[in-house]
Design a protein around this ligand. Structure first.
Ligand code: HEM
Length: 358
């Protein structure tokens, strides 16, 4: 038997966080966690309300760019990302990012994912390389630059993560310079070049989590896996259910730009609210029989790709990347060699990414 997680950050990588999330939803769907110094929202109703409140922003109002990144090339990119901005800047640039993510057909995505899978499946860091390399292929990065581009995107992601050390920030700055130069060589304006990076950077950990969780569930449910093998559409349903059921992005944060009322509770200016998207997906108010894993579920609802103005523009791309990848691996008989034995989850405060030993 294992002990339940002691807070929502530990829950992200806990072997079974779901009873803990259920208890939160039922007993205190919005509370202030004294240890973490943040409000925690866990029911669908509160999370949905929070994601639609204009006063709850994606960055702390006093620190739009993390202090450690200021004055670096990584900070310049960060300041222009739709993921990290709100208000008129976000409203002006989000449509172009969403449009950019919609420009590929599912067949384009499937081809790019299969090509990347064929090249990468035996590599050590396959789960993280696959989404970035697929996005880089879709974005037209020449073959000779694919490896460097993936390395730069990973360095950028590591360096902008909370708690990154100065060495990581410095590597992220070099990576940002290289990636911006790539975009500008294509004739893009700086804001477009920055959000071209976003299309690769945002794919990285979340899609690695989706791929890893899909591998876990395919192994756990052989008969459902066999049904999913019948067609790409059936595998898409399987992956979409993995996303709803397991929520690779377990939580996201918002910060009050002023005093704001959420679910009848005043949140003070500057305070943070952690939204447990994974818990919302298991709320009976969002899905009937939410704990059941059912790839053929009728109307499936998920908060795992966010909601409101910051909703993920890459949801169908991510599902297609993973569905095409696992189909190719299973058809090639490489599944066991590729994923090996499950060995817990990668340390993270928001993304649930399985680890495998091979
Ligand atoms: C190809 C893969 C992906 C791409 C290109 C992508 C792209 C993006 C971008 C550009 C944003 C920022 C949108 C904005 O702030 O207006 C975003 C947000 C988001 N994405 Fe994705 N994403 C991908 C995969 C995923 C996956 C697999 C998940 C989870 C299963 C995910 C979950 C989210 C969530 C929860 C947000 C909103 C965060 C928030 O509102 O705080 N994404 N994504």
């Amino acid at each position: 038997m294992w002990l339940p997680p002691s807070n929502v950050i530990e829950a992200v990588t806990h072997v079974d966080p779901w009873p803990f999330y259920r208890q939160l939803r039922e007993e205190r769907p919005l509370y202030f966690d004294q240890g973490l110094r943040i409000w925690v929202a866990s029911s669908y109703a509160v999370i949905n309300e929070a994601l639609h409140l204009e006063m709850l922003r994606v960055r702390p109002p006093a620190e739009p760019v993390p202090q450690v990144l200021r004055g670096t090339a990584a900070g310049e990119v960060f300041a222009q990302l739709v993921r990290m901005t709100d208000g008129s800047f976000h409203a002006a640039h989000k449509p172009a990012v969403a449009q950019a993510a919609r420009r590929w057909t599912l067949a384009d995505v499937a081809r790019a994912s299969e090509a990347a899978t064929a090249e990468l499946w035996a590599t050590q860091d396959f789960m993280h390389e696959l989404p970035v390399q697929t996005m880089a292929r879709l974005l037209g990065v020449p073959g000779a630059q694919l490896a460097d581009t993936c390395r730069w995107v990973q360095a950028f992601v590591r360096g902008i993560a909370p708690g990154a050390d100065l060495a990581a920030v410095s590597l992220a700055a070099d990576a940002a310079t290289a990636l911006m130069a790539q975009g500008q060589a294509l004739g893009l304006q700086p804001v477009q070049a920055a959000n071209r990076i976003a299309l690769m950077q945002q794919s990285l950990d979340a899609t690695a989590g989706l791929l890893g969780q899909t591998a876990l569930l395919l192994a756990q449910h052989p008969s459902l896996a066999a049904a999913a093998d019948h067609s790409l559409d059936a595998m898409r349903g399987f992956v979409a259910e993995v996303e709803r059921h397991g929520a690779p992005v377990q939580n996201t944060r918002r910060f009050a730009a002023g005093r704001v009322l959420l679910a009848g509770q005043w949140i003070a200016a500057g305070q943070g609210v952690l939204l447990v998207l994974a818990s919302a997906n298991r709320d009976v108010a969002l899905n009937p029989q939410p704990d059941q894993f059912d790839p053929q579920r009728g109307a499936r609802h998920s908060m795992g790709f966010g909601a409101g103005v910051h909703v993920c523009p890459g949801a169908s791309v991510a599902i297609e990347i993973v569905a095409s990848c696992v189909r190719r691996i299973r058809a090639g008989g490489q599944f066991d060699a590729c994923f090996g034995r499950p060995a817990g989850f990668q340390p993270s405060g928001n993304t649930r990414i399985p680890v495998f030993t091979r």
